[in-house]
Design a protein around this ligand. Sequence first.
Ligand code: ADP
Ligand code: MG
Ligand code: MG
Length: 887
Amino acid sequence: KKFVYDFTEGNKDLKDLLGGKGANLAEMTNLGLPVPPGFTITTEACKTYLASGAEPPELRDEVSAHLEALERRMGKKLGQADDPLLVSVRSGAKFSMPGMMDTVLNIGLSDGSVEGLAAQADNPRFAWDSYRRLIQMFGKTVLGVDGELFEDALDEAKKAKGAESDVDLDADDLKKLVEQFKGIVADVTGREFPQDPREQMDLAVRAVFDSWNTERAKLYRRQERIPGDLGTAVNVCSMVFGNLGQDSGTGVAFTRDPASGHQGVYGDYLQNAQGEDVVAGIRNTVPLAELENYDKASYDQLMQIMETLETHYKDLCDIEFTIERGKLWMLQTRVGKRTAAAAFRIATQLVDQGLIDEAEALQRVNGAQLAQLMFPRFDEKAGGRKIATGIAASPGAAVGKVVFDSYTAVKWSRSGEKVILVRRETNPDDLNGMIAAEGILTSRGGKTSHAAVVARGMGKTCVCGAEELEVDTKRRCMTAPGGIVVEEGDVVSIDGSSGKIFLGEVPVVPSPVVEYFEGRTAPEDGDDLVRSVHRMMTYADGVRSLRVRANADSAEDAARARRFGAQGIGLCRTEHMFLGERREQVERLILADDDAEREAALAALLPVQKKDFTELFEAMDGLPVTVRLLDPPLHEFLPDITELSVRVALAEARKEPQENDLRLLQAVHRLHEQNPMLGLRGVRLGLVIPGLFAMQVRAIAEAAAERRAAGGDPKAEIMIPLVGTVQELEIVREEVEQVVADVARAAGTDLDLAIGTMIELPRAALTAGQIAEAAEFFSFGTNDLTQTTWGFSRDDVEASFFTAYLEKGIFGVSPFETIDRDGVGSLVRSAVEAGRRTRPGIKLGVCGEHGGDPESVHFFHEVGLDYVSCSPFRIPVARLEAGRAAA
Ligand code: ADP
Ligand code: MG
Ligand code: MG
């Protein structure tokens, strides 16, 4: 096995082996772009090290061979006293984990070679600056010295000198600082800062391996669902120097705006600085466009390179570059993270530019992004009190109480508060707080700062670089222009699309994308975002094979669902039709002692049910409407046992017992179940309560007949819940057919209502072949199927032990959120096959929550369902994902 690849040997498709950074450095090298030479140690080497605690034995020689080749090429040796070759040792995993792992620059400097470097560059200040950076970075990341010790020393030095920033320190100051830094290292670690360059390099490589498993890296991976066993590659890259003076510098750039997706020049640049300075927000950067004034030749070359990269990667790229005395060097590129709005705009732009086709465009966006675009926005006209404006880094409208540290953010959010995390700038240690917060606000840093990059990745609202704000984390307050002081706990509203910050809570309005789905904005009247969304939806609808239905049980929901693109109703629950004023009739039904009383109660319920259905069929005219007969246990319709007991006891104490309450209480006791989820519900109700299902079916059938008579086109489907065996279904089916035939005869029409069942018990799935004999359709009730397959009671487990399960990695995501492919999914798959074997034309759908979950939609496409059904607001998401699955 080969553990080390020269940059000339790799390419962008080797991310598994070389990590994203290494693969793309190789790709740029092979494109002929100016990349400082170097080599990459593979993730395989890292995995071996992490598993066994030692590098693979071959690694040392391979590294030596590559290092020698590099030295020959550069004409100098690593750490050579009179003219040292310096390298960076950089982490880089398959998936980008911004700032989560370590990188050490200027490896190869020592007490001897720092003088050589000073002489070569004719710039002692630069040499000492590089050396103090090495000791600082190496000390912190490799030797585990608390970084603040160095920072405090640096601050002291600046203060002593009256210097504003580190560039004001001269060679002598830095030389003294180096001595101090070395002292810190010796004090804390008990040994001297290593002077041997190869030892420095080897230790740094090992530290990068180790940084895969830091707590913050693990947390980030859990959050981003990155597998924990990939390991990181290590890139050894010859140094180029942006800190050689004003004709040098370093920057980051995007080939388009990652916030909006618009084309233009986006990035930050910092003169006389080394890499990390830009993202750390140590000094204030200038917009990239300024570079044209400093160094036109490099600027033009950079623009050229960015165009080359975009055309090559056919996507938005972000890059890191450094200019060393007027010579441009590329240090990194990757396909860049972007906001939801940018993703949609860029995908359609790239289609228009002829770089990608429509199927590819669909892969560039996803349902989660679309869902984000459907969030409400702040109401511009509501006139909130604006206290400052920062940089719009990650869109969204977030309202919450201000907190100034991660710990408080987590604590308050656990107790149910919505919080906005406010920092001068964030660093990887703030990750917990960023996850807990509704939004993130910083007073320093640009669109490429840590806060901005991480927030965009998480889809979280972020305003950064609000420099008008004076953030004082020690005194827990911030001051806005005009002396407005915002204390911890005060409410602010931040707008990640405009960068505006408001005091107090600002009301929100629907997003333009929702206005479009609602049909209130025609696509051609919308802005470019609405038009992009419209185009992507059109592509998706054009290719998808899954139909999308809605879970809706009122005419109003049905109408909205239809506007959102629903092709029918996959689940109309009838239980809500038993609540409200109708409860009294339901109580009467439950309490009925004899047939007459029960029939009277049912007769009273019939007309109201019928009215519900008529309205629903009208709203969904011409499209299928699946009505589920009553499912929940009856006690859900009775008063709470404790309340009722108290009422009865009080009445008895007053010696005026209420007859009805007494009967109710008896019923409540009789119907009480230890485990209602597995009790008298679903088809079992239909089998033991005479007339109940018949009444519901009559209401459905009569409503359908009425609509038909009125010239409508109702397409009702009757669905029997919680069937476990075909016998249950057969008995109910016979009764249902009887009622439908009666109604049809009386109305003088023929009603061909489909009769089918839910598959929501493992036994039903396992005997689906038999059940299909009596069912014209299956609808997978994946909520119950997940509960019964895992033996989890959803309402109980999510609060009690799911967090522990997620933390222990037993599952990466709740099986109630995304379908468990291996378990529940395999039941679905085999039931689909068995059902089709028995009845080739059987209609198959899903109506659990999973119907609107992006990953699950892909699974349902794979197993060949006919439709998914989800709540009205998820319909656009399901349409898009169904299209992506098919494209
Ligand atoms: P990260 O993954 O956190 O961005 P990098 O490995 O990219 O870490 O390095 C951190 C910073 O150092 C970046 O700004 C990068 O451009 C800069 N850098 C890395 N290697 C070199 C090098 N050989 N010469 C100059 N700057 C470098
Ligand atoms: Mg980088
Ligand atoms: Mg169910």
